[in-house]
Ligand binder design. Structure first.
Ligand code: FRU
Length: 461
């Protein structure tokens, strides 16, 4: 048996974002709460810092912030070439995992694959047993081979599953199935389908469906959108369709696709309903087309901070969960910041700034002398710009008008998460800082700044 790969350098290891103990990570999976613990699983390849036959890595937490890595929950068996993305649900005092079996019967051609849906369960939330009669759901006739990423929830005494799928017309769509026992599933509806490939994609990965603040929301990661100005600049996007399910047709009557994060490094979201009713979302803090310099060090990929979702003015807003304030170890400064003065943040910090509107032009520079992140707001168009000064380093989005501009920024050893105006816009970036970071406010319109040094090692590996 091969040995899991070991991490060879700490230079980019994150302080409070969850990573693998070594090896590759992509999508978060199975975000759930069971017997007093939050659980998160993730697409994991333990043997190399690159994508390979997918396992499910696993960690648990009492508070959504401090994670303890647990043994690998799922590994591909002789019937599977990968345990692809899926979700978890509590039923009958057990934690059930519902995942996609990925199969490549022709070893010479990885593109010759099929996918089906499978289950496993655990009584202790640590050791999982796969169901002996898997799969529980096979690809329907009117579908291509793309049929994956089940997200299951319980509602009115039944289980429902939303699945990422591609119809025979090569458009992305979300199918909904229902079940009484998680083992036998019936199709309920094609909930929604892409209008066309260019604007809504040829395949929808990692769908998630929930009701929030009076709206029905289908969150998903479409593939194949074409860049249009500031929109859809990454290889694949993540975003949502918002509206209402028509009770007769069972279709989502909805508006167009809206991107949920505007940074370079954000993909494959998953939400969970916390015991206190909050809708909490987490995502892969990378993207398929983004460079990952930690690969040289024996690991790859991380998850974002958990973010609480709300609908406001017809849009999804994201805020870091309140528990994030537990990470604050020491206040670094507090008060009105002087223009162009450098404030030391270190490598793991939270920075909050408020500006008078219309503050516009250059707002903030974060720099370690080598790597930079520059934030600005264009005065008339309200175009909010984040530039990481790499090739194709700029990302931008439209901010609505308001009297005040608020920024909340989380720096970690090789990342930055930026929340603008209480989460109206977010930008998630991997920035491979080479040293301590300083913040320079580039305008005299900032009223308030506050910063904290954050806990250096919040997770156990
Ligand atoms: C999304 C994705 C999923 C799939 C998984 C495989 O990033 O492509 O659709 O289940 O990754 O690792």
């Amino acid at each position: 048996m091969a040995e899991p790969i070991k991490v060879t350098s700490q230079r980019y290891r994150l302080g409070y974002h969850l990573m693998t103990p070594g090896g590759w990570m992509n999508d978060p999976n199975g975000f759930s709460f069971f017997k007093g613990w939050y659980h998160i699983f993730y697409q994991y390849y333990p043997y190399k810092a690159e994508w390979g036959p997918m396992h499910w890595g696993h960690a648990r937490s009492r508070d959504l912030i401090h994670w303890e890595t647990l043994p690998t929950a799922l590994a591909p068996d002789s019937e599977e070439n990968g345990c692809f993305s899926g979700s978890a649900v509590v039923y009958d005092d057990k934690l059930w995992l519902i995942y996609t079996g990925h199969h490549t019967p022709n070893a010479r051609d990885p593109e010759d694959f099929y996918q089906d849906q499978r289950v496993a369960w655990s009584e202790d939330g640590i050791h999982f047993t796969k169901y002996g009669a898997n799969p529980v759901l096979q690809t329907p006739q009117d579908n291509t081979k793309h049929f994956r990423d089940p997200k299951v929830w319980q509602q009115d005494g039944k289980f429902y599953m939303v699945l990422g799928s591609q119809g025979l017309d090569h458009l992305g769509r979300a199918l909904v199935y229902s079940s009484d026992n998680l083992l036998s599933w019936q199709l309920v509806t094609e909930l929604s389908k892409a209008k066309d490939k260019e604007s809504e994609g040829y395949m929808w990965e990692c769908p998630d469906f929930f009701h929030l603040d009076g709206q029905d929301i289908l969150l998903m990661s479409p593939q194949g959108l074409e860049a249009q100005g500031d929109l859809y600049r990454n290889l694949n996007q993540t975003g949502y369709l918002m509206g209402h399910v028509n009770p007769e047709t069972k279709k989502l009557e909805r508006g167009g696709f809206v991107e949920i994060d505007h940074g370079h490094d954000f993909y494959a979201t998953q939400t969970m309903l916390a015991p206190d009713g909050r809708r909490v979302m987490i995502a892969w803090m990378n993207a398929w087309d983004s460079p990952m310099y930690e690969v040289e060090d024996g690991w790859a990929g991380a998850l974002t901070l958990p973010r609480e979702l709300h609908v406001k003015s017809g849009r999804l807003y994201q805020q870091p969960v309140a528990e994030v304030s537990m990470l604050r170890e020491q206040e670094l400064f507090h008060g009105a910041p002087a223009q162009d003065k450098a404030y030391a943040l270190g490598r793991k910090a939270e920075l909050q700034l408020t500006f008078k509107r219309p503050a516009a032009g250059q707002l903030l520079l974060l720099t370690d002398g080598e790597k930079t992140l520059q934030l600005s707001l264009e005065p008339d168009t309200h175009r909010f710009v984040v530039n990481r000064n790499t090739e194709d380093g700029e990302r931008a989005a439209q901010l609505s008008a308001s009297d005040e501009l608020k920024l909340q920024i989380f720096l970690d050893k090789s990342s930055a998460e930026i929340f603008v105006n209480d989460g109206e816009l977010t930008f998630t970036e991997r920035v491979y800082w080479q040293g301590d970071v300083q913040a320079k406010v580039l305008t005299d319109a900032a009223n308030q700044a506050q910063a904290w040094r954050l806990e250096a090692e919040a997770n156990q590996y």
